[in-house]
Design a protein around this ligand. Sequence first.
Ligand SMILES: [Fe+2]
Length: 515
Amino acid sequence: MMAVAGAFFSTFGTLTLAQDEDAVSGRYPHEDGHVEGTLDGSTLRGTWEQRDTGKRGAVELMFDDQGNAFQGFWTFEGASEPRSRWDGTRLDLAPREAGGSPGSWNSSAGGPLLSGPLVGEVGEHDARIWVQAREPSELTLTVHGPGGVVARETVTPRWDEWLCATIAVSSLSPGTDYDYELQGPAGITPAFHFRTAPPETARTAKIPFGSCFWDWPNPALSIFDAISEEEGDLLVLLGDSCYFDACDIPTEHTMMLAQLRNRNNAAFRKLVATTPTVAVWDDHDFGPNDTDARFEGKHRAFSTFKRVWANRTYGTADAPGVFSRLRSGPVDIFLLDSRSYRGLEGNNLLGAAQLDWLLRELRASTAPVKLVASPSQVLPSYPVAKGWDCFHRDGPAELEALLSAIERHDVRGVVFVSGDLHMANLMHLPGRPLGGGGRGPDFWELTASPLANDPWREAAGGDPTLLREVIDMTNYGVVDVDLDRAGAEVQFLLKDASGATIFEQPIPLEDLRAR
Ligand SMILES: [Fe+2]
């Protein structure tokens, strides 16, 4: 018998259901509403009555496999049409004893996992594998190298963590391919593979990136297959990796269900089971559209985010957030958090603590290429007139502090990537004059968006930094680094959903320094 008791965020307010075998009764606040019905499989059929007004009629609610959400209809008494929608999402994770499930849409039907695996951040010597287990029992990750088993780690995922766990393995070798599988009481997964980060001395690195993944019910998102075929060293997701709707925001459970439904998309699942992936958030996987750090749900959004991704670190001890620095061969990557501190210090996007961290880490980096990965656009100013999020609108002083620090301290090899826009842009800001007759480094930025959402189709209409724009198709970006490719040590590529190159931009490392 499916368990449907509990509270649901629904079209007519919170619907609270009680269940006795197949008999279900419920209350909702709209006009003192009551529901009575019978559960048949996963469908509840019955009547509704609003006692304040005497209105009544029929209701039919279809639950998902986990009993975590329903989609349904209601009609007035005596009328079979028109039917109107009545949808709902469970507000809290139901206890296991009560038949609850931490799974979301499209959870795996069999085997030891409900969701995953996802290869998270990898280092030269370690890797992090994320899973959502099927049950709160021991789960063992086994990693095979060229000469046999090199690591075995066992964890016991917890119900109050939605059975999610990130399993870290160490003692691995740089730039090396490994196979892995997971085993629990419900069986063993197929073998997947991953590659550890290239050594710092490596001359090449390939870093695909993208943003804005809305179309989770579509199993045929070829763009994720194309990214998979890149065999990148690291995939960087720049936010809106899921979209919170109003019904996804009320609680940590509803946020988890939203994150997991994207995770369980067939094409995405295949990609992240083998390509090391790190993520930051933008507005939609943080809270409501264009929201800032005053959002009341930011703490549950943060717990949710850390539970479903497997970055190594999240902010600093003094300033929690989704920002971090990681290394992939010749590239240091600086992931920025565009939401945790936005709007708290007046017109700011990063916040003082994150900006200090960024400037300090950029100066400390010895990597030949320093990739600053920002959800919000960095260099263009045209979005200001459009009313769109960007550094020029939301953190102009922070932007100037960042660019002038790079110039003043001659921080070499900095390039920017960004997302958010639902269109692709290539920006170039030639080296600005410095005191004493010299000039600063050129600044380059590639914005890639959307991965799987509707293109916005609105031309920029002119911007001094804008070289190219693609406004009518889904896309992803690639930062391709080859220190031995003279004059094009860094290459930006924009690719379409089939993996075909839309444009490419070579960038000489020589231009990325004060001159
Ligand atoms: Fe988006």
